[in-house]
Design a protein around this ligand. Structure first.
Ligand SMILES: [Zn+2]
Length: 283
């Protein structure tokens, strides 16, 4: 009997105890949830806000700059690469095979550039149209141009299929939106299409003509031109290819002007320097 009486008492106590635990846990969970919810809401708000800001910021000002140097190797190339290393900017070198083989020194300059992980080397043909006479005549023989491109591949990575054509600004990507031929290259592009060549032709948007190497105010003007284009192209193309030449950086003034130009490009804080092979649509 005692046992029977004791059981409900124990049950009653146990029930109360369990109820107390349940109520306090419920209160704790509820309050905790509220806090978490509040915290999440606050957090979500902040994340959305900062995401939007980042997006707006990116839409407004984020750009990709491709510094591309043609016609090397040259005796000024290593001074140039030292400046680029100091500035820590990825750069693309479109090299000429006949220049690489011109001397042991040029060959070693080329290898120094090729071995540096900040740089990538691409095709600028073996002859640079020199052995075939003037540029216009060169493009009249597309088969020869294609051979000239292929001959230069021995100095480049086996999978490199990016060429800058000598003396002419033309683009040829697999993506038809980025295919701009001109009167010089039409025959060549038709020929490349006929052989189903996957070679990409890499043009440019702005050129460091050489005046900029001598006169810092010309650097400001070039930068202004680029900035104007960026303002107009806010939501469109964010990729800007600058053509420069190794031989335009022979002295301290030219190299300082280049550093100044890079500092202007870096100024907005969202500029990325990229290699030609990172250009959208390049495969
Ligand atoms: Zn060239």
């Amino acid at each position: 009997m005692k046992k029977i009486k004791a059981l409900p008492e124990n049950k009653f106590i146990r029930l109360h105890f369990l109820l107390a635990i349940f109520v306090s846990s419920f209160l704790l969970i509820t309050t905790g949830c509220k806090n978490v919810k509040k915290g999440n809401k606050k957090e979500q708000k902040t994340i959305v806000k900062s995401d939007t800001l980042t997006q707006v910021k990116q839409n407004d000002s984020s750009i990709n700059i491709y510094l591309t140097f043609d016609d090397g190797p040259y005796y000024s190339t290593l001074g140039l690469t030292n400046t680029l290393i100091k500035e820590n900017v990825k750069s693309s070198f479109f090299v000429i095979g006949s220049q690489i083989t011109a001397s042991k020194y040029y060959d070693s300059v080329f290898n120094t550039v090729k071995q540096n992980t900040l740089f990538k080397t691409y095709n600028h043909t073996f002859s640079h149209a020199v052995t075939h006479g003037r540029i216009k005549k060169y493009y009249q023989y597309p088969f020869n141009v294609w051979n000239d491109i292929q001959k230069n591949k021995q100095y480049l990575d086996p999978d490199c299929n990016i060429t800058r054509l000598p003396g002419t600004n033309a683009w040829r990507f697999q993506d038809s939106n980025k295919c701009f031929s001109n009167s010089s290259t039409r025959l060549l592009f038709n020929y490349l299409d006929s052989i189903k060549s996957k070679e990409m032709m890499f043009g440019w948007d702005f050129e460091w003509s050489g005046k900029e190497s001598k006169n810092i105010t010309k650097v400001d003007l070039l930068f202004e031109k680029i900035s104007d284009r960026i303002k107009k192209n806010k939501t469109k193309n964010k990729n800007y290819v600058i053509l420069l030449h190794d031989y335009l950086f022979k002295d301290e003034i030219a190299l300082n002007n280049l550093s100044y130009f890079i500092s202007l490009l870096k100024k907005n804080g969202t500029t990325e320097f990229k290699w030609a092979s990172e250009y959208p649509g390049i495969q």
